[in-house]
Design a protein. Structure first.
Lengths: 360, 485
């Protein structure tokens, strides 16, 4: 009985299909569309239609650009990284001597305007940190920047425990030759829109980019100031998930420090203070957090890198954070002032005469 | 050089095709075949020029041995069998050295407790394919089943770039007559159009479907290999995704090979025939990597005695054939277990058929029986793929443990990927209900007339879109997947 019903349904489906088919056959366009041609005509059609698609794609890119909805060139395939590369391509700061490199922890923590206010032309700095990077990827990115920015003397990286979760592989997350041509040589690289086209992300970006770029999308804001810094203002603070530290990442910290030392570049590693409610939720007593900090200190010992641990003398409250890896923009000056004072003490930065150790 | 690379699509292929069709204008067919042979050697040497010498040495040795065997066969020489054995032994020794030496030494050392070590040897690309192809040639030469092939033809038979790297494993009887036929070398727009369509279908399967499925598969298998507990829900997604990834990857590559050969007027054998539609394991092996199955049947299973010496020998022969088939895929216990599992499946399947015949229950299956058979076969094959994919046996057993809920059914920390389950469902419907590439293009038993290829504007639109979209997906750029940051 059941099988009979299925057969009935199939017969009905076939009759519907035949009905659609006969209706389409009466349509002249459809007839032309499905008419068998000479295979050589077919081959020409494949080429011409291919050319048409490519032209359509190019016209779409131009139109999106005109509407300010064109995503950044897909060098990494991740919008916030590619937007940072776009910023670096466009910025007029071409020869910085200090760059901030790391994950979004660095991007949202290092407000270069604080450095510009203090030191004026004495220090040329740039926030070149994108997002999502683990330590091995940060290491890869530092190497790429230093290869292309020969004037850099100081690299500043702010880390949270989240950056140390997984460091499999070399951290190579983009094609450096493509990135070099686009960012530093400023060569036309429009072909990357075709070569690295990823439709889902591209369409999502077309829809959401204007809000991200204007800062209206608070959670995914990419509104950068002229130094590449972006303010975060998510309220109330979010505790988010637990983090586990991978030993591989610690190894990368040490190897990067030694590499920079060999290049004669000063690496400043800043550890973000722990967010109190995160510690209460996942690490009561803070033993894991302390162990992570101690491990980094051990790894950096004797490498020439400078470690500034926010946990030791920068006690922040939940309200200073947006989440365990990011500071609320209103609290960024606290971190910046503390950091710059420390760097002045270490004679990494020149004496400014405007020390603000009491700002906390 | 891979088919799915810019250098192949935008440089090697256009230059090779242009040169080939230009040279077909000559009255002699030698220049065009010589060009294809040269292009094929360049294609192989692009990866590592050093191994060109190995490939050429292997070709020279086997060509000479094949001629000798054919002559001995004609003369009824008593040295025929020893010469054949020697020829096969040399081939097996080469593949044994490059592919299995480290595996054998490691296991001997583990068994005896001795401290042997062997330096890692880089496996020459395609060694398994060109070795098996030539062993088949030697065996046929010893049976008097080969003609006196021209050396250039033989060279092209082994190195022909569409099939050199990953098959299909071509039999000399299939392609040698085509190389010799003058009509094959004229530009045939129909064959070229079919070739482009095959190539596009394969490229799409490889770079759009398989490579994206890898983003689900790799983290799952990396997690178990790294000792991370994986929930059953995530593990099942990982192994199902691998089943589809492997199918789309390998059948896609085979489609590209068939298409590339078709462009120059050569018809290669099909390698896949909708294997996941199989209703039992015997059926599966008739549809999966068909040219390897054929080789194993003709040159291993049947010479071992096949089914001619009673059921016990038959089952033994099946197990041996599948174990060696597993070893052919790679030097590792995971491949041995995978082959052994399939051997066991085949034994059970044959025994079940025998039981049904003995009990008179071998009537036709109803639709429910067919569906159940298809589902059971798919799950059995998927479980065996765990060993095929896992880097170690420990990782494979950890994955099996995860599949059975050993680390929990669902990890509360991870959101249940409903869309991924839906994707698996869609892919299952696709592989179960859609006609395969040759059914669409060559209309091999295609009942679905609406998906039968013809040189129409509709197909030109679809093929052009598929080709351009696939080309945009060749680069390895992919978004970071941990977006909760």
């Amino acid at each position: 009985m059941r099988r009979f019903r299925i057969e009935q349904a199939l017969i009905r489906l076939i009759s519907v299909q035949e009905h659609i088919g006969s209706t389409l056959k009466k349509n002249r366009f459809w007839t032309l569309f499905t008419q068998t041609a000479d295979p050589s005509v077919y081959l020409w059609a494949v080429c011409v239609i291919g050319l048409f698609y490519t032209t359509l794609g190019a016209v779409s890119l131009v139109s999106l650009g005109a509407m300010d909805r064109l995503p950044a060139l897909p060098i990494s395939g991740t919008n916030c990284i590619d937007e940072k590369f776009k910023f670096l391509h466009e910025t007029e700061i071409r020869s910085p001597d200090l760059i901030a490199v790391g994950s979004s922890v660095t991007w949202h923590s290092v407000d270069i305007s604080a450095i510009a206010d203090r030191y004026g032309d004495a220090v040329t700095a740039l926030n070149a940190a994108p997002c999502y990077l683990m330590v091995n990827e940060t290491s890869f990115l530092i190497d790429f920047y230093l290869e292309n920015l020969p004037d850099v003397r100081t690299v500043l990286s702010v880390f949270a425990m989240r950056d140390f979760e997984s460091c499999e592989g070399t951290g190579n997350f983009f094609d450096t030759s493509e990135a070099r041509r686009y960012i530093f040589e400023r060569q036309p690289s429009w072909y990357l829109y075709f070569k690295n086209f990823r439709p889902v992300g591209f369409i999502q970006d077309i829809i959401h980019l204007p809000d991200m770029r204007s800062g209206a999308d608070l959670r995914n804001t990419m509104k950068m100031d002229r130094f590449g810094f972006t303010e975060l203002s998510i309220e109330p603070p979010e505790i988010r998930g637990d983090n586990r530290v991978s030993a591989d990442c610690l190894q990368f910290v040490e190897s990067t420090a030694r590499d920079l030392n060999n290049r004669g570049v000063q690496w400043v590693v800043v550890l973000l203070p722990p967010m109190p409610s995160w510690v209460d939720a996942y690490d009561p007593g803070g033993a894991r957090d302390q162990a992570w900090r101690a491990n980094i200190a051990n790894r950096l010992d004797g490498t020439g890198a400078i470690l500034l641990d926010g946990a030791s003398d920068l006690p922040l409250q939940d309200a200073n954070f947006t989440d365990p890896a990011h500071l609320h923009w209103e609290s960024v000056p606290i971190l910046m002032n503390w950091m710059l004072d420390k760097l002045e003490n270490a004679e990494i930065l020149p004496e400014s005469g405007s020390r603000s150790a009491d700002a906390i | 050089m891979l088919f799915n690379s810019y250098v192949f699509i935008f440089a090697f292929l256009p230059v090779t095709l242009a040169g080939y069709f230009l040279l077909t204008q000559f009255s002699s067919h030698r220049p065009s075949l010589l060009w294809l042979t040269g292009a094929s050697l360049f294609f192989y040497g692009w990866w590592n020029p050093q191994y060109l010498l190995l490939l050429l040495g292997s070709i020279l040795f086997n060509y000479w041995t094949g001629l000798t065997l054919a002559r001995m066969c004609r003369d009824h020489s008593p040295w025929l069998r020893p010469t054949l054995a020697g020829g096969i032994a040399v081939n097996l020794a080469i593949i044994g050295y490059y592919k299995y030496a480290a595996f054998i030494v490691d296991n001997v050392a583990a068994l005896t407790g001795a401290h042997f070590t062997i330096n890692a040897i880089v496996l020459p690309l395609a060694i398994s394919f060109f070795t098996f192809q030539q062993i088949a040639y030697l065996v046929d030469a010893s049976r008097g089943e080969t003609a006196e092939y021209d050396f250039i033809d033989y060279c092209l038979f082994v190195t022909f770039y569409p099939q050199l790297i990953a098959g299909p494993i071509v039999h000399h009887r299939e392609v040698m007559p085509q190389f010799a036929a003058p009509g094959q070398r004229r530009f045939d727009s129909r064959a070229f159009a079919e070739g482009i369509t095959f190539f596009t279908a394969g490229l799409f399967k490889k770079v759009v479907l398989a490579d994206n499925l890898a983003k689900i598969v790799d983290p799952a298998f990396s997690a178990v290999a790294g000792g991370d507990p994986l929930s059953a829900a995530t593990a099942w997604i990982g192994v199902f995704a691998y089943s589809f990834q492997l199918y789309f990857d390998f059948s896609g590559y085979s489609d590209m090979a068939v298409g590339l050969a078709r462009m120059v007027g050569i018809r290669l054998p099909y390698n896949f025939n909708s294997p996941y539609k199989a209703v039992n394991i015997i059926d599966f092996w008739r549809c999966w990597h068909m040219t390897l199955s054929r080789f194993l049947r003709d040159y291993l299973y049947i010479p071992l005695g096949g089914s001619r010496r009673g059921p016990v020998r038959r089952y033994g022969n099946l197990l041996i054939t599948m174990l060696l088939g597993g070893m052919w895929h790679g030097a590792g216990w995971t491949f041995v277990i995978w082959g052994g599992l399939h051997g066991l499946y085949l034994v059970i399947n044959h025994a079940f058929h025998a039981l049904r015949r003995a009990t008179g229950l071998n009537r036709e299956h109803g639709w429910f029986g067919l569906l159940a058979g298809r589902l059971i076969t798919f799950i059995a094959v998927t479980m065996a793929w765990v060993f095929f994919r896992a880097p170690t046996t420990d990782a494979a057993f950890a994955m099996l443990n995860a599949l059975t809920g050993g680390y929990g059914l669902i990890d509360p920390a991870e959101s249940l990927s409903v869309h991924r389950y839906a994707l698996m469902g869609v892919l299952l419907i696709v592989v179960w209900s859609m006609p395969n590439t040759q059914q669409m293009i060559d209309a091999c038993g295609n009942r679905h007339s609406y998906l039968r290829w013809a040189p129409t504007a509709a197909w030109a639109t679809a093929v052009s879109a598929g080709l351009i979209f696939s080309i945009t997906q060749l680069s390895k750029v992919s978004a970071f997947i941990y977006f909760n940051f």
